[in-house]
Design a binder for this molecule. Structure first.
Ligand SMILES: *[C@@H]1O[C@H](CO)[C@@H](O)[C@H](O)[C@H]1NC(C)=O
Ligand SMILES: *[C@@H]1O[C@H](CO)[C@@H](O)[C@H](O)[C@H]1NC(C)=O
Ligand SMILES: *[C@@H]1O[C@H](CO)[C@@H](O)[C@H](O)[C@H]1NC(C)=O
Ligand SMILES: *[C@@H]1O[C@H](CO)[C@@H](O)[C@H](O)[C@H]1NC(C)=O
Ligand SMILES: *[C@@H]1O[C@H](CO)[C@@H](O)[C@H](O)[C@H]1NC(C)=O
Ligand SMILES: *[C@@H]1O[C@H](CO)[C@@H](O)[C@H](O)[C@H]1NC(C)=O
Ligand SMILES: *[C@@H]1O[C@H](CO)[C@@H](O)[C@H](O)[C@H]1NC(C)=O
Ligand SMILES: *[C@@H]1O[C@H](CO)[C@@H](O)[C@H](O)[C@H]1NC(C)=O
Ligand SMILES: *[C@@H]1O[C@H](CO)[C@@H](O)[C@H](O)[C@H]1NC(C)=O
Ligand SMILES: *[C@@H]1O[C@H](CO)[C@@H](O)[C@H](O)[C@H]1NC(C)=O
Ligand SMILES: *[C@@H]1O[C@H](CO)[C@@H](O)[C@H](O)[C@H]1NC(C)=O
Ligand SMILES: *[C@@H]1O[C@H](CO)[C@@H](O)[C@H](O)[C@H]1NC(C)=O
Length: 723
């Protein structure tokens, strides 16, 4: 005990030679009063006891490595807002922080080896001044001149990962993340201005954009809370009450939020985080990227992101992964590409896929038009136009029209409050191929006729600017469709069924809400959002509530008790997502009541099957293949999947794609309309433009009426390019 006291006293006496003030930390130091971490009060504390500067070891780290930093005085847990020697911590030696005679700051160990320093050149022979820790958290080097003083360096100009009120973000400033929670070394992420004021970017590994503010440009309004953060970042209040450059207005007081206890941190995991100090702890108020889909270009070009799904990315209908192997291993960077190119003469019908509640990257062009069709025409008139969208202006009846000329990126779906309708240009023949999955050879029943109901509209352009007019109506006699129509961005494979007239009746457990483009799985226990369909593996996933994960069990039970239920719960709720995976059993031959209902199954005839029901049974020397859902030659094991037939097969004919398209869609809507079900509104409109059949007796008005007279929710509009 006595020896402890004695050694303490010795230490005390030794240290007192280093410093003028003991125990009570001051807020400033000069070249004659360096800071040592082995002395009592070896820190600076700002005058109002807001911040403290000294050596520290990050919480959770036990190797004793020490960093010189600034943290909030007495806030627990201690969080550093600035670190000097990020890359070279002081090992088990005394840390020394000094202001040199030349005016430079230096972090050293006991042996005098430098671990960090500033490199400034002052003209005066000997630097006279001091270093002062302000109540704002700013560490300021003040030079005393004959009649005045000047700030020569400040930590606010050299931030690490934290932005404090009073700083000002300029083009030269970056916030660089720590390497990890306990390692202040520069990490992978940098936050900085993105060219203009109020536009921000997080770069990963130097050059890869990880997040950008306002990716959608004027297409969607940006997050309102970003404005709060912008206000903080653009602050232009005078930094300190010292003679410095800079004007003295204070923008922060004009906002509702009191910024005095806030901070913005570039976190080591890639998130920029805005914190408020509330009561006794930091509250995370805003952060970006806010989810997996807010990461810049999370799903690549033409990839559509849904952060709530276990697998967040899928290609839009009409597109396929650029690199299928990477895509399968959930590396979505490369994105998707068109199955068939635009303005390809081989492709007879161009059309748009109308998607609801979508977000997309910045449009390339913006126009002010009086009518929607002008926007549509603008896009059709250019072969490089990938998509269009429009919105009624607030002030007048005009519309704002956006068109995208480059590959779409940053696509997100199901944004209930923020999204917009997006019309993506996809040749309808591509969709026919993907949706009907057939060779189209069975589509023979097109009946182009002026008198029938408006389902197919053939348009003829008057001039090369593709002004649309002269509608011609066609319809079809065939009614049986193999696949159900696309629901939002989801292609529904056979035999899954969203209505009595598509897919296989046994699998009619799905419902498409056309107004929002969402597919749900409906069973006695409830309705569940379908989050993904894997046609190849014959399974799909549904989202259940966290508390509903138990429902999985009852669904599983139902599978065992009800043999006619073609769905098997195969797992879920164990992936961190409240998703349940369900496999569907392979279908047997489709039910039928008349011969032409078997048109979609070549080599089959409608006759009585062993179960007593009438089915499209395969003809002699063919057998039913439940995988390709087709009659295949009995000798061959398996024929190439019909779903992968190349588009080129379609050729330049309008009739075939038109007809088969209708086979897929129109018969259904026609039939269903008669029943007055909810599907009545979901008819499809195809606009065909046929230059060859140009007709002077055009009625251009008809098109103008089209968007309003047609109560179509899911419109596919198209044209035939000139041949
Ligand atoms: C420097 O700190 C001391 C206390 O250690 C204080 O008395 C003095 O006023 C400070 N100087 C300035 C200029 O703030
Ligand atoms: C740290 O101290 C230990 C003993 O206390 C010594 O063995 C080790 O070499 C020291 N490390 C450095 C980097 O000085
Ligand atoms: C300092 O102030 C005095 C009187 O106010 C003035 O005469 C002198 O020129 C000033 N010196 C400098 C370097 O500004
Ligand atoms: C950024 O730094 C460059 C040189 O480092 C300097 O010329 C420029 O004035 C700085 N810009 C701002 C806005 O501080
Ligand atoms: C960063 O880039 C380097 C080389 O360019 C690479 O080795 C490293 O894996 C990258 N790190 C990340 C996180 O992407
Ligand atoms: C701030 O500066 C003004 C004059 O510019 C001075 O009157 C005031 O005392 C200063 N306040 C502090 C806290 O230094
Ligand atoms: C701050 O306020 C000034 C004066 O009121 C104004 O000119 C400036 O645009 C404001 N800056 C920001 C970022 O709001
Ligand atoms: C902001 O909050 C601090 C304390 O957290 C308080 O001292 C200050 O007066 C507040 N400022 C305004 C403008 O309300
Ligand atoms: C914060 O303090 C207020 C009043 O000072 C109190 O009503 C509130 O419950 C506190 N919140 C928390 C999370 O402690
Ligand atoms: C509406 O759009 C037309 C072009 O279609 C334009 O000439 C007109 O100025 C617009 N009106 C307004 C108020 O912007
Ligand atoms: C498509 O249909 C045609 C004619 O019916 C047939 O000759 C051709 O083999 C079929 N192609 C495929 C890939 O099934
Ligand atoms: C046009 O359609 C009507 C009704 O579907 C049909 O009776 C008529 O024969 C058709 N005309 C032609 C030329 O196909």
């Amino acid at each position: 005990m006595v020896s402890t006291i004695f050694s303490s006293l010795t230490l005390f006496l030794l240290l007192s030679s280093w410093t003028q003030f003991l125990c009570m930390a001051g807020d400033n130091m000069t070249s004659s009063t360096p800071l040592r971490d082995d002395q009592m009060g070896g820190t600076l504390v700002s005058a109002g006891e807001r911040f403290e500067l000294g050596f520290f070891t990050p919480d959770g780290r036990n190797d004793g490595k020490k960093y010189l930093g600034i943290w909030y005085y007495r806030y627990m847990p201690r969080t550093a807002v600035w670190v000097a020697n990020r890359e070279k911590p002081v090992d088990n030696s005394t840390g020394v922080f000094s202001l040199g005679k030349d005016g430079n700051l230096q972090v050293m160990d006991a042996s005098g080896a430098s671990h960090w320093s500033t490199r400034m050149k002052f003209s005066s022979f000997s630097f006279s001044g001091m270093l002062k820790l302000m109540d704002s958290g700013n560490l300021v080097l003040i030079q005393e001149l004959t009649n005045s003083s000047a700030i020569r360096w400040q930590s606010f100009d050299n931030p690490t990962d934290t932005f404090l009120p009073g700083m000002k973000l300029d083009m030269n400033m970056t916030l660089t993340s720590w390497k990890s929670l306990t390692d202040p070394a520069p990490g992978d992420f940098k936050f900085q201005l993105d060219g203009r004021e109020n536009q921000y970017i997080i770069m990963r590994n130097g050059s890869i954009p990880h997040w950008k503010s306002a990716v959608s440009g004027s297409f969607l309004k940006s997050d309102a809370r970003l404005w709060l953060v912008s206000n903080l970042l653009m602050n232009s209040r005078p930094r300190e009450n010292t003679t410095t450059k800079g004007s003295s207005y204070d923008n922060l007081t004009s906002t509702a939020l009191n910024y005095s206890n806030t901070k913005l941190v570039m976190n080591f995991d890639g998130q920029i985080q805005f914190f408020l100090w509330r009561n006794v702890s930091w509250t995370l108020n805003w952060w970006e990227p806010s989810d997996r889909c807010s990461v810049f270009d999370a799903c690549g070009t033409f990839g559509c992101c849904n952060s709530l799904n276990r697998i967040p990315c899928k290609c839009l209908p009409g597109f396929q992964p650029k690199s299928p192997d990477n895509w399968k291993s959930e590396n979505f960077l490369e994105g998707c590409e068109r199955i068939s190119p635009l303005c390809n003469n081989e492709v007879a019908v161009e059309s748009f896929l109308e998607l609801k509640m979508m977000k997309a990257g910045k449009a390339d062009d913006e126009f002010d038009y009086s009518y929607e069709y002008e926007c549509f025409n603008k896009c059709l008139s250019r072969c490089d136009c990938q998509a269009y969208s429009y919105q009624k202006a607030e002030k007048d009846d005009n519309i704002t029209c956006w068109i995208w000329l480059n590959d779409l990126n940053n696509i997100q779906e199901h944004l209930s409050d923020r999204g917009r309708d997006l019309n993506v240009r996809v040749p309808s023949s591509t969709l026919v191929k993907q949706v009907c999955g057939s060779n189209l050879s069975s589509a023979s029943a097109l009946d182009c006729n002026d008198s029938c109901t408006v389902s197919l509209i053939v348009l003829k352009p008057k001039t090369s600017d593709l002004f649309l007019h002269n509608l011609k109506h066609c319809t079809l006699s065939a009614l049986v469709k193999r696949k159900c129509e696309i629901c939002g961005t989801t292609i529904i494979p056979y035999p899954l069924s969203t209505g009595p007239n598509c897919g296989d009746k046994m699998y009619y457990s799905f419902h498409c809400d056309d107004s929002i483009g969402q597919l749900s799985f409906e069973i006695a226990g409830g309705n569940y959002l379908v989050t993904g369909i894997d046609e190849e593996l014959q399974k799909f996933s549904i989202r259940v509530g966290d508390e509903d994960c138990k429902a999985t069990k009852s669904m599983g039970y139902r599978t065992q008790t009800n043999h006619s239920w073609p769905f098997n719960v195969i797992g879920g709720c164990d992936t961190g997502f409240a998703d349940v995976e369900i496999r569907w059993t392979a279908p047997s031959e489709p039910l039928c009541s008349s011969l032409d209902e078997c048109n979609d199954w070549p080599h089959s005839t409608c006759s009585s099957a062993t179960d007593g029901k009438k089915r499209c049974l395969c003809n002699k020397s063919y057998r039913w293949d439940p995988i390709t859902v087709d009659c295949i030659p009995a000798s061959k094991k398996k024929r190439g999947s019909l779903f992968l037939v190349l588009l080129g097969v379609i050729g330049a004919s309008v009739i075939i794609p038109c007809a088969s398209f209708l086979l897929c869609y129109l018969g259904k809507s026609k039939k269903v309309t008669g029943r007055g079900t909810q599907h009545a509104n979901s008819s499809i409109v195809i606009l065909l433009i046929n230059k060859k059949n140009f007709n002077e007796n055009s009625e251009s008005d008809q098109l103008l009426k089209l968007p309003s007279t047609q109560k179509t929710k899911k419109a596919i509009r198209g044209m035939q390019p000139s041949t």
